[in-house]
Every structure is written in C-alpha cells, then in structure tokens.
Ligand binder design. Structure first.
Ligand code: VGL
Ligand code: ZN
Length: 216
C-alpha cells in the first residue's frame, strides 16, 4: 500500500542511489528498460538530502554471475553457485571499464560515499549491504550506523534486483526504509518484479514517490 504523506529529509536521513551506471542505461551491456528515466528524479531528490551515498556494481572479469563464465549457459538462465541459485547476466560493470562508471548525468557532487559491491569473483552482490551468500558484508551497515542515520531512502537501478535487495537489507538492519518507485526502474525478467514487491513488503519497506519528498 503506497503511503501519501510528505517527508522532509533531515540530519538522520540518507539517500542511497543504487547502480546508476552506464551498463544499466540505454546502450549498456545490461540495459534496464527506460533506465535513463531515473536520472532526472534522482538529481532532483538528491538536492533535498544533505546525505547521499552511491552504490556501484563492480565485478572482476570472469565473475561468477556472468553467463560467459559458465560453458553452455546463456544470459538470464540460472546456475547453481556455492551459495545457491544465481541468475546469469551478460558481462557488465567490469572494474575499470566505461560501462562500470556512474552515469555522467548523475549530478550529485555532495555524495559522501561510493560503495562498490560484487568484487568477489565467486559471489554476486545485488545488495549494497550483504553479498549473495548472505554472509559477506560490504561494510555499509556499519558506516551508516556510525554516521547515526535512522532512515534510508533507496532509488536507482534495477528496482527488482539491486534496489530491492538494498532496501530489504536496509530494513533488516533496522533502518526505517523507503523505496522511491518513480526514481527506480526494473529489469523484470522471469517474474522478478512481482517477487521483489512481495519481498519488499515482507521486509517492511515503504514505497513512496519522489513528489512526497519536499524541500523547505
Ligand atoms: C544488477 C543484475 C546484475 C542491478 C546488478 O544493479 O540491479 N542487476 N548486477
Ligand atoms: Zn552485477
């Protein structure tokens, strides 16, 4: 159920901008449909938040989440990795490539941290907090808690993967967590969007629109 109240970001609030990288934008290796539609609302939102962190998908070549690393597998098929089932993706966000760069159109000079994830060759990490083995931490929870934040607002790409997992983990870590729907876009493969909505609801994540976030 979408909430309609207006929200004024303050000192205890952080905006988490997830994976707005060239490979997830039109023309990229794993382009999210209509992905560039998130840029304008994210830039606008970020002006309302004093505290912004960015996540960056950051894989080594030959990463276990790449279909190319599994003989006879195609992108969007499943594989069994040591921690469980894993969707296989086209090669994307390879460390140091232009596809892995945060979009040049993201205009958030006051962002305070870029947290990279997915750098362990054998483990994927949709979440900015915990890798797909559900054990390995990125350190983001400790960082946000040490900074004293209490509410986390999540937006970016892709809604049904990295944004959803980041938001669910933020809620699990005890932050009051919001997903900003119109500032996010899904990949929506094999029922992933429906599944993400269910998991977000179970995690207690609140779904809002960017127009509910006001300035003054
Ligand atoms: C993502 C698939 C693979 C995302 C990252 O940012 O949502 N999706 N790696
Ligand atoms: Zn990835």
């Amino acid at each position: 159920m979408a909430e309609r109240a207006t929200i004024k970001p303050g000192e205890n609030d952080v905006l988490i901008v997830v994976d707005v990288q060239h490979d997830f934008l039109p023309g990229g290796a794993l382009a999210v449909p209509d992905g560039d539609a998130v840029i304008e609302p994210i830039n606008r939102l970020a002006k309302r938040f004093r505290h912004v962190v960015l996540t960056q998908d950051w894989h080594p070549e030959g990463h276990a989440s790449f279909a190319s690393s599994h003989p006879a597998k195609q992108p969007f098929e499943m594989a069994d990795l040591h921690y469980g089932p894993q969707v296989l993706w086209p090669d994307h966000c390879v460390q140091g490539t232009s596809g892995a760069e945060i979009s040049r159109d993201i205009d958030i000079p006051h962002a305070q941290l870029v947290i990279r994830k997915g750098y362990n060759a054998g483990i994927d990490s949709y979440s900015g907090f915990k890798e797909a083995d559900r054990r390995t931490s990125t350190g983001l929870e400790g960082y946000l808690k040490e900074r004293g934040f209490r509410r986390a607002f999540c937006a970016g790409l892709a809604l049904d993967y990295c944004v959803a997992w980041t938001a669910a983990d933020a809620a699990g870590a005890g932050f009051e967590t919001y997903l900003i729907e119109d500032a996010s876009r899904p990949i929506d493969t094999n029922g992933s969007l429906e599944k993400a909505w269910r998991e977000l609801e179970a995690a207690g994540v609140r779904v809002i629109t960017s127009e509910q976030i006001t300035g003054a």
